[in-house]
Design a protein around this ligand. Structure first.
Ligand SMILES: [Zn+2]
Length: 607
């Protein structure tokens, strides 16, 4: 086989004030008839069409110092004129997306994901790539460092210079953060790991490294280190508020609120720090589940169009199950804290009528237009394959433990899936997970999966949790801030139910979601209505709990709203709040069998 030609990319923060990167691509052996280049339409891990090429604001081609013609073929592709020498493409890219999925450049830092900046070269997708990462123009970048999991070719650690990737798919799987960074390093089973934090953060880096290592080791113990995992990097952006993550093979990009990070000297795991550890745990588990083991339709990814699979509940939902489970199994959080998180997840699912309309498999399949494009009817029509998927992971785990007398658990199913598809880099067929679960356990699971994955009924969690010594309780919500997971406080009264979410939008209080079958819906309230008064008094996001506690179900009140610029007056009959808020407790007299099952599940060592 002839040696493939190398593609040389170069990227520089050309104009931080205008948020423009310049990307240069030199193709040593272009297609003589005219070279096609293409930007992806989506980024793996975030299942929505983003059309990255729309951020290209200028582009031209040259060869041997002469201009080469460049025709745009469609929304994402260009083709050069015939060319016989090495070809260079130069593009300017607008970068003002401060999420983990795009590219962002200003005078304080530079961040990019490959799909947002690097085009692929038609016919040379398998060719190795060099990337020269250059500093911004002066006066910017004096103390900037480069954090990426891309292999260094000719660059100091955390330095500007040349990096390399073995092909295009790998090239765009290494996000890059450049700026003033706080960096912590640790190792997991001898594999170097690091975390690089952007923005003004004062935190206990030693503690973060210690706790991240604990989480990573927990996941390593389950599935073992992948053969090609020789390094791993967490990129973290910690602004005043925000939350999100995107997984990669050798790294992940995370966003979480600054105040979620622990200060030096702080003890205990705050709710915010627990959220951060859960996020880290989630993205790290993905390095097995979805980055190496993935649905067959993603092997390889077709980034020009949507990839349809019913399996995202396995890759996102089961990952969501293991993210918090790893925290309790590793001892970072206690059992009561874990049960609180589970109760919150159950509450999230119960509060959306969408779970009665859409199956998990359909939620996965339609993610491109529904889950990732939420509209006003979202909670009535869509179920989250993250939240419900994690509960199906829980239900399956507990069911396997009960029905095999503790011989088989979800851990065994994941290990076999990993052995069969992950280690071999082969795609999981659509029925693969269910087949392996049945084979490994030797029990018939068809009815379970039909109901849990393809049906819309509620899961048999109360009985399954009881078999593990955990009691399942439901109660009404006690207010807007009530996320569930805990019993109501003794002074917390249930709030009479309106069934519409009130949000503060620039000082106006607007109904954003109206639940099917709710008093608000029966009264004709619609998403977007701005409330003027309820029972002749102002209703705000801040006072709505207290206002509604003053009434009882059955009370009929005048409700006045603006719909656009028209005043609408209606009457609403308040109802009893639904019992949609869950909390879990340890059963006092569960018995030895249930208790030992519970200890096996949470890996609590009683010796
Ligand atoms: Zn995920």
């Amino acid at each position: 086989m002839a040696e493939v030609s190398r593609l040389a990319y170069r990227i520089r923060p050309k104009d931080p004030g205008a948020h423009l990167f310049e990307v240069t691509l030199t193709i040593a052996e272009p297609d003589p008839a005219g070279q096609v280049i293409e930007w992806p339409s989506w980024i793996p891990g975030s299942y929505v069409i983003r059309e990255f090429a729309k951020h290209v604001v200028a582009i031209h081609a040259e060869a041997d110092d002469r201009a080469v013609s460049l025709d745009k073929l469609d929304k994402s592709r260009w083709r050069t004129g015939p060319v016989s020498e090495p070809l260079t493409i130069v593009a300017e890219i607008f970068a003002w997306d401060d999420s983990v999925r795009g590219a962002h450049l200003d005078t304080t830092h530079a961040y990019f994901n490959g799909p947002a900046v690097f085009p692929s070269v038609a016919g040379q997708e398998d060719a190795p790539c060099d990337v020269r990462i250059e500093p911004p123009p002066e006066p910017y970048g004096q103390d900037w460092r480069v954090a990426t999991s891309m292999r260094r070719k000719n660059a100091e650690p955390y330095g500007f210079g040349t990096y390399e990737a073995s092909d295009y798919a790998e090239l765009i799987d290494h996000p890059v953060e450049i700026g003033e960074l706080a960096i912590g390093e640790f190792d997991v089973r001898g594999i170097p790991h690091a975390i690089a934090i952007r923005s003004h953060v004062r935190t206990d880096m030693a503690r973060i490294c210690h706790d991240l290592k604990t989480v990573c080791e927990q996941h390593m113990a389950l599935l073992g280190p992948p053969a090609d995992l020789d390094r791993y990097l967490f990129l973290l952006y910690a602004p005043g508020s925000g939350y999100g993550g995107l997984e990669h093979r050798w790294s992940s990009s995370l966003t979480c609120a600054r105040e979620n990070l622990p200060l030096r000297g702080e003890q205990g795991v705050s709710n915010g720090y627990r959220t951060f550890l859960g996020l880290v745990s989630h993205e790290y588990f993905h390095l097995w589940n979805v980055k190496r083991m993935k649905p067959a339709v993603f092997t390889p990814y077709d980034l020009a169009r949507e990839g349809y699979t019913g399996l995202l509940w396995v890759f996102e939902g089961v990952t969501s199950y293991y993210d918090d489970l790893a925290l309790v199994r590793s001892g970072l959080i206690r059992t009561d804290s874990y049960l609180e998180l589970l109760g919150q997840t159950i509450s999230r699912v119960l509060r959306g009528a969408g779970r009665l309309r859409q199956s998990l498999a359909d939620s996965s399949f339609d993610t491109w237009t529904k889950f990732y494009k939420p509209d006003d009817n979202f909670s009535n029509a869509v179920v989250s394959y993250y939240a419900k998927g994690s509960l199906v992971g829980l239900a399956l785990d507990l069911k396997l433990r009960v029905e095999t007398d503790g011989r088989v658990s979800l851990d065994d199913v994941m290990r076999e899936c990993w052995r069969r598809w992950g280690e071999r880099d082969e795609g999981m067929p659509e029925d693969g997970f269910e087949t392996v679960a049945a084979e490994v356990s030797g029990i018939a699971l068809g009815d379970f999966f039909d109901a849990a994955v393809r049906g819309t009924g509620d899961l048999p969690l109360p009985a399954l949790l009881a078999s593990h010594g955990v009691e399942y309780h439901l109660r009404p919500a006690t207010g807007r801030a009530d996320k569930g997971g805990k019993p109501a406080g003794k002074d917390d009264k249930a709030v009479a139910w309106l069934g519409a979410t009130l949000e503060d939008k620039n000082g106006k209080f607007v109904f954003s979601a109206v639940a099917n079958g709710s008093p608000a819906e029966r009264a004709g309230i619609a998403p977007g209505d701005a409330v003027v008064a309820l029972d002749r008094l102002a209703l705000t996001a801040a006072n709505s709990d207290r206002r509604l506690r003053a009434y009882r179900d059955g009370d009929v009140l005048e409700l006045v709203v603006f719909r656009g610029d028209e005043l609408v007056t209606t009457s609403v009959e308040l109802a009893l709040p639904p019992e949609d808020t869950c909390f879990l407790t340890l059963a006092a007299d569960a018995g030895d069998v249930a208790e030992s099952r519970r200890n096996g599940w949470l890996q609590i060592d009683r010796s």
